[in-house]
Write a protein of this length. Structure first.
Length: 321
């Protein structure tokens, strides 16, 4: 469609195999501009996919375009336009934060003076301005994570890859890191691919999500499109929820009860039916709202489908498929 932005990453039939181990299988994905969450359980293939985006490893099959070029054949060009914060915390302990960020900015092609200025600016942006001349080994886990973030943005990249950026952080540090990521995406206009296994983290800061399970992308799209569908009704009552559940069940509804909350699915006008049931059973209506698909629902379904596909027996020769 005319006017739509080009994907920042496009993959078609991408696979990666390490010996007999298939890490990625037939990845088809278009990552749109904005903040995208690459969501999956540990070991699902998120870090492997990022390594292919960076051109650090060769694909076993398929085609890929990152910022308009193939990272497998033009890896140096791609890496020059990307910032990367790895999951690991193995930073040189005796090096000052400012020196490390400046050095990495120079590796991305910035002259010494520009790299020095950018390093200082980036460390201020992530809240380490006063700490920028401290040795990294004296810093907390949260501060080291922010050093990695500063290094990823100092050279003004078009795209930033963040691999589990809140790993090892306490809840307060985690919220601060997520606020930083959201601000970088909105204020600086940098596209971000955030790898995570935490649903609420992706829900808080991402515009788009791609769910990876068993080495393949099962679901992708904007968060609003994935979690917006209405799948039923949630009713909160003041008393006797079991009576209302029984009344609704007799009329063909499927009902789940959790304390004073009832989740209702079925055919017809569920809101009208629920209101009639509340009147009949005198259970006291507190709230009635649509039930929408949550990111957790989408994630669990994607994993169930991927696991079912993995466990399905292969057809034997001559067996109709």
């Amino acid at each position: 469609m005319a006017g739509e932005p080009s994907p920042i990453v496009s993959a078609r039939g991408v696979s990666k195999q390490w010996g007999s181990n298939i890490a990625l299988a037939n990845i088809n994905l278009d990552l749109q501009p904005g903040v995208t969450g690459l969501l999956g359980s540990n070991g699902a293939g998120k870090t492997t996919f990022m390594s292919l985006v960076l051109g650090l490893h060769n694909r076993s099959g398929g085609t890929m375009s990152v910022l308009g070029v193939d990272p497998q054949t033009q890896g140096a060009l791609v890496r020059g336009r990307i910032g990367y914060a790895p999951e690991h915390h193995h930073l040189p302990p005796d090096v000052q934060a400012n020196d490390l960020v400046r050095h990495l900015a120079q590796l991305h092609g910035l002259p010494h003076r520009s790299a020095t200025e950018r390093a200082s600016d980036a460390l201020w942006q992530v809240g380490l301005g006063e700490e920028r001349f401290r040795a990294i080994g004296t810093m907390s886990t949260g501060q080291r994570q922010r050093v990695k973030l500063a290094a990823a943005i100092a050279h003004d990249p078009k795209l930033v890859l963040l691999d589990e950026p809140t790993d090892g952080l306490d809840p307060v540090q985690r919220d601060l890191m997520l606020e930083l990521i959201a601000r970088i995406g909105s204020e600086f206009g940098i596209d971000i691919l955030l790898s995570s296994h935490l649903l609420d983290e992706v829900d808080k800061v991402c515009d788009n999500v791609a769910i990876i399970a068993a080495g393949t992308v099962t679901t992708s799209g904007t968060l609003d499109s994935l979690r917006g569908a209405v799948t039923g009704l949630v009713v909160e009552v003041s008393e006797r929820p079991e009576a209302l559940a029984a009344w609704l069940s007799q009329r063909g509804c499927q009902v789940e009860v959790d304390r004073h909350y009832l989740t209702i699915t079925g055919e017809g006008d569920l809101a009208l039916l629920a209101r009639d049931g509340v009147v009949e059973t005198r259970c006291g209506l507190r709230r009635l709202t649509d039930r929408q698909v949550s990111l957790e629902d989408v994630f669990l379904q994607a994993n169930d489908e991927a696991n079912a596909a993995t466990m399905a027996p292969a057809a034997s020769p001559g067996t109709p498929s």
